[in-house]
Design a protein around this ligand. Structure first.
Ligand code: CGF
Length: 830
C-alpha cells in the first residue's frame, strides 16, 4: 500500500512540495547543502565529481515539485497516456538538458562562480547514459522530450543496462571495444524503487485446468523467475512545468544466493543464480541493424515488457479500473519489433490472470498497440525460433499460435482459395527453421503501422509488407522522424540560437516551423555575417574539443565535411573513403595541382557492431588512409581526415553545429529515415545525399539548389539489381575510380602490404551489395558542385541559412503531433 497508514496531522505533511527559490543565493544555498549532506564533503575538500553530483541533485530539487505534481495531475485526470516501449534510449547527458528545461543555466553559472567553480567543467564530468545504439534509441529520447514539452502524458519504458553501448577505442587503427562503465562514478539522475519490484517468470510448461465456473483454462507453470527493479528518471518539458517519467528496469535475482550451498563453502556456486538473473540487464546488444537471435536478447525483451505491462496495470490505474476499457487509458507504442512480445503477454494477463475469454482479451489487446518499423533490410527483421520461444515462454508461444490461427482465418476469408498467400503471410515461418516473424505479429496486432519517412513508409507498404497493406490499407501510415530542437539546436548551438532569438524571438524552440521567418534574412548581409560567425565559433569550439579529447588538430579555414553514423555497408562510408582516396590519388599522379584541392577536413564518427567484420575492416582502412593522407606533405595540409573514436551524443552536440557539409550517402531505398541528416540541416550544414529516407523530404523542403543530390533513385537501384549488377564493370570503365582502388591495392596505405584490405576492396569489386561503385561518378560530380558553391562563401552561407529556415518540419514535436493525430488519439493536458 502507498501512503501513510493514518491521516497526517502536521500541515507540512500535506503541503505541496516547493521548489527552491530561483535566485543565485537560493541556488548556492541548495548546492552547498547538497554537497554537504549528500556528498558528505565541504566545498574546500570536494572533488569535481562531488561538485557535479551536488549540482545534479540541486537541479533535480528544482524539478521535483513539478514531477510530483505532474504525476498527481495525470492520475487525477484519468486521461489516456502513451506507453512508449523501447529497448533503447540514447539519452545523452542529462544536466544540460535539465538546466535548460528549468531555465537555471544563468543562475547556476553565477552561483557556481561565487563558489569558485566553473559550470562547463562540472557539465563535462557527466558520463552520458549510452543506452542505445543509434537512431532508434536517440529517436526514443527525442520523442519523450517532445511529449513532456507538449504536456502529453507519457511513460517511457525500457531497460537500465548496466553497460551501455561499448566505448570505442582504436589500436593501430582497428576498433577495440571497452565496456561502458557509465554508472561507475554514480548516477544522480535515477530514483531506484526496489520495493516496487516486479516478478518476471520464464521457462517451464503450461497446463490446463477447470476453474470454479467449470471453464477450461490454461495456466503457465514457470520454472524460474527474476525481479525487475524500476529506476525512475525525470523527463522535463521545456519551461512548461511538466515532468514525465522514464522507467527503466534492472534485473535482480529473486534470492541473492543459496544459503545451503553458501554454508557448504561453495561461494561461487551460491551466487550463480544471482549472476544469471542479473545478466538480463547487464549489457546492451550492440547490433544496430542486424539483430542477433540470442536467447539473452529475448529474455531482455520479455523482461522489460512484462515489467512495464504489470507496472501500468497495477500502479497507474485505479484499483477498480475495468480492464475492458484499457485502450481508453493507454496506447503502447512498439519501437520496432523488440517489445512485441507484449502482445501475447497482455493476452496472457487478461485471460489467465483476469479471467477474460479469448475474444474479450483480443478485443482489448488489438486496440492497445501501435507499431513503428524502422528498417527495410530483410536481415533486420526479427524472427524468433519457435524452439527458443517455446522453451523460454511456453505460454506465449501457445498464444502466438492461436493468434496466427485467427489471423490466417481472416486472410482465408478475404482471399478464399489463395493458400499460397496465407502461407506467405503466416506469422509462423517454416524456413529456414520454424520461427515467429515478429514484424508480422506486430502488424496484425497493431492498430496502426508506421514507417519513419515518406519514402520508407511507401516501401514498407509496397515491398516489406505488401500483402498486409493490400488487406488493410488503412492500417498503414507514415510519421516522418524528427529531432528535439531543445537539445540539438538551443543547447548544442548557443550562438545560432542567440542569433535566431535576436531575429525572430524565442518562440521557435517549441514551434520550429517559425524558423521560416528567417528566410528573408538570407538576403541580409549583416545576418549572413553573424550566421557565418556562429559557424566559425562552433568550429573553434570543436577544434578545442577534439584537441583535448582525441589529440586531433583541425586546420583553420577548411570545409568541414562530416559523416557521423553507425558503420554499416548500406550507409556507404566506403564511398566517402573512395572519394578521399581519389582526391589524394589525383594530386599524387599530377592530375590535380594541390591548389585545385578545396581545403577540406573530413570527419568520421562511427562505431561498428563488434561482430561485423566488414564494418570493422572499413574502420581500419579509414584510419590507415587518414594516417597517410594527413602525413603527406604533397597535400600541403589541404586535405585532412579526422576520425575521433567513440562518437556519441556528447560529441554529436559539438560536431554537428560545426559541420558545413552533411554526408547522407546511403544507397537509395536502404536508410529508413536518418535523423543525423535532420540535425545537420537544422544547424546549417548543406547535405550531399541520395534520394533516400528523410533526405527526400529535406531536399523537397530546402530546394534542389541548396541540396547536392546524387546517385540512383530507388527504382533505378531496383532496376539495376534486377538486370544484374556487376561492380567490376564500373571499376574497369572509370579511370578515376580504378586509380583510387588500385592505390589501395598497391599497399600505399598499409606499409606495402598489398593484401591488408582485400576484404573491403574485393567485396566492393566482386559483390558491392550496396552499389557504391555504381554511384561513384555521380558522387564525385556532386562533390565538385559542393566545391564550386563553397568557393563562393556568401552563396554558401545563403544556402546554409535557407537550410535552417526551411527544416523546421523536422522537429520531433511535429512527429509527436502526427502520432497523436494519426495513431494515438491522445490529448495534451494543457
Ligand atoms: O532507426 C534506424 C537506425 N539504424 O537506428 N533503424 N533501426 N533499426 C534506421 O536505420 C534509421 O534510418 C532511422 O532514422 C532510425 C530511427 O527511426
Amino acid at each position: 500500500a502507498l501512503g501513510p497508514t493514518q491521516p497526517p496531522t502536521h500541515p507540512l505533511a500535506t503541503a505541496p512540495v516547493g521548489a527552491p527559490p530561483f535566485s543565485v543565493d537560493g541556488f548556492v544555498k541548495e548546492f552547498i547543502h547538497e554537497l554537504n549532506t549528500n556528498q558528505g564533503v565541504a566545498l574546500s575538500r570536494s572533488s569535481v565529481n562531488d561538485q557535479y553530483l551536488a549540482l545534479a541533485s540541486t537541479v533535480k530539487n528544482y524539478l521535483m515539485a513539478r514531477w510530483l505534481e505532474t504525476g498527481r495531475k495525470t492520475r487525477d485526470a484519468k486521461v489516456k497516456a502513451v506507453g512508449y516501449l523501447s529497448a533503447e534510449y540514447l539519452l545523452g547527458r542529462q544536466l544540460g538538458n535539465a538546466l535548460l528545461a528549468t531555465d537555471l543555466n544563468d543562475i547556476a553559472k553565477k552561483g557556481l562562480e561565487l563558489c569558485g567553480l566553473d559550470l562547463v567543467t562540472l557539465r563535462n564530468q557527466e558520463v552520458e547514459p549510452g543506452l542505445g545504439n543509434g537512431g532508434l534509441g536517440r529517436l526514443a529520447a527525442c520523442f519523450i522530450d517532445s511529449l513532456a514539452t507538449m504536456d502529453v502524458p507519457c511513460i517511457g519504458y525500457g531497460i537500465r543496462y548496466e553497460y551501455g553501448i561499448f566505448r570505442q577505442t582504436f589500436v593501430d587503427g582497428r576498433q577495440v571495444e571497452q565496456p561502458d562503465t557509465w554508472l561507475a562514478l554514480g548516477s544522480p539522475w535515477e530514483f531506484p524503487h526496489p520495493e516496487a519490484s516486479v516478478q518476471v517468470n520464464f521457462g517451464g510448461r503450461t497446463e490446463t485446468y477447470t476453474d470454479a465456473d467449470g471453464t477450461e483454462r490454461t495456466r503457465w507453470v514457470p520454472e524460474w523467475n527474476v525481479l525487475g527493479v524500476p529506476y525512475n528518471y525525470m523527463v522535463p518539458g521545456y519551461l512548461n512545468g511538466r515532468v514525465n517519467t522514464l522507467r527503466l528496469w534492472s534485473a535482480q535475482a529473486t534470492k541473492a544466493f543459496d544459503l545451503a550451498i553458501f554454508n557448504a563453502g561453495d561461494y561461487a556456486q551460491a551466487v550463480r543464480a544471482q549472476t544469471f538473473a542479473e545478466n538480463i540487464s547487464k549489457v546492451l546488444y550492440p547490433e544496430d541493424s542486424t539483430p542477433q537471435g540470442k536467447e539473452l536478447r529475448l529474455q531482455q525483451q520479455y523482461f522489460f515488457v512484462a515489467c512495464s505491462l504489470r507496472d501500468f496495470i497495477e500502479n497507474e490505474l485505479e484499483d477498480d479500473f475495468d480492464l475492458h476499457d484499457l485502450d481508453q487509458r493507454i496506447i503502447f507504442q512498439l519501437n520496432d519489433t523488440h517489445p512485441v512480445i507484449a502482445v501475447p503477454e497482455l493476452m496472457r494477463i487478461l485471460m489467465d490472470e483476469k479471467g477474460f475469454s479469448w475474444d474479450e482479451a483480443w478485443e482489448v489487446t488489438s486496440k492497445c498497440f501501435a507499431y513503428t518499423c524502422h528498417t527495410l533490410l530483410p536481415e533486420a527483421l526479427e524472427v524468433w525460433s519457435t524452439d527458443l520461444l517455446g522453451r523460454l515462454l511456453p505460454r506465449h508461444l501457445e498464444i502466438i499460435y492461436a493468434i496466427n490461427e485467427q489471423f490466417l482465418a481472416e486472410v482465408r476469408e478475404a482471399y478464399p482459395g489463395d493458400e499460397l498467400r496465407a502461407r506467405r503471410m503466416s506469422i509462423i515461418a517454416e524456413f529456414p527453421e520454424r520461427g515467429v516473424r515478429m514484424a508480422y505479429l506486430s502488424t496484425y496486432a497493431a492498430t496502426k503501422v508506421n514507417g519513419v519517412a515518406a519514402l520508407h513508409s511507401q516501401l514498407l507498404r509496397d515491398k516489406v509488407l505488401p500483402d498486409f497493406s493490400e488487406l488493410w490499407p488503412d492500417k498503414f501510415t507514415n510519421v516522418t522522424n524528427g529531432v528535439t530542437p531543445r537539445r540539438f539546436v538551443k543547447m548544442a548551438n548557443p550562438k545560432l540560437s542567440e542569433l535566431i532569438n535576436d531575429t525572430i524571438g524565442a518562440g521557435w524552440v517549441t514551434d520550429l516551423e517559425r524558423l521560416k521567418e528567417l528566410e528573408p534574412f538570407a538576403e541580409d548581409p549583416e545576418f549572413r555575417e553573424r550566421f557565418a560567425e556562429a559557424k566559425a565559433w562552433n568550429k573553434r569550439r570543436l577544434t578545442q574539443v577534439l584537441r583535448n579529447r582525441d589529440g586531433i588538430d583541425l586546420p583553420d579555414g577548411h570545409l568541414l565535411d562530416v559523416m557521423v553514423k553507425r558503420l554499416h555497408e548500406y550507409k556507404r562510408q566506403s564511398l566517402k573513403l573512395l572519394h578521399i582516396v581519389s582526391l589524394y590519388e589525383q594530386v599524387l599522379s599530377g592530375k590535380l595541382t594541390v591548389d585545385q584541392v578545396t581545403p577540406r577536413t573530413v570527419v568520421f564518427g562511427a562505431k561498428a557492431a563488434p561482430g561485423y567484420k566488414m564494418a570493422k575492416d572499413t574502420i581500419h582502412l579509414i584510419n590507415k588512409v587518414a594516417e597517410v593522407v594527413n602525413a603527406d606533405p604533397k597535400l600541403e595540409g589541404r586535405l585532412k581526415v579526422a576520425f575521433p573514436a567513440n562518437y556519441n551524443v556528447t560529441l554529436a552536440e559539438k560536431l554537428i553545429p560545426a559541420a558545413d557539409l552533411s554526408e547522407q550517402i546511403s544507397l537509395a531505398g536502404m536508410e529508413a529515415s536518418g535523423t543525423g541528416n535532420m540535425k545537420c540541416a537544422l544547424n546549417g550544414a548543406l547535405t550531399i545525399g541520395t534520394d533516400d529516407g528523410a533526405n527526400v523530404e529535406i531536399r523537397e523542403l530546402v530546394g534542389d539548389k541548396h541540396f547536392f543530390l546524387f546517385g540512383m533513385s530507388e527504382p533505378e537501384v531496383a532496376d539495376l539489381g534486377a538486370k544484374g549488377y556487376s561492380p567490376g564493370a564500373y571499376y574497369e570503365g572509370n579511370a578515376q575510380l580504378k586509380a583510387a582502388i588500385d592505390l589501395i591495392l598497391s599497399g600505399h596505405f598499409s606499409g606495402g602490404d598489398q593484401h591488408l584490405f582485400d576484404s573491403v576492396v574485393y567485396n566492393l569489386l566482386h559483390s558491392d551489395r550496396f552499389m557504391a561503385l555504381a554511384d561513384f561518378q555521380s558522387y564525385v560530380d556532386a562533390q565538385a558542385r559542393v566545391e564550386e558553391r563553397y568557393a563562393d562563401r556568401d552563396a554558401w552561407t545563403r544556402s546554409a541559412i535557407l537550410n535552417v529556415a526551411r527544416t523546421g518540419f523536422f522537429s520531433s514535436d511535429r512527429s509527436m503531433r502526427d502520432y497523436i493525430q494519426r495513431i494515438w488519439h491522445t490529448q495534451p493536458m494543457l
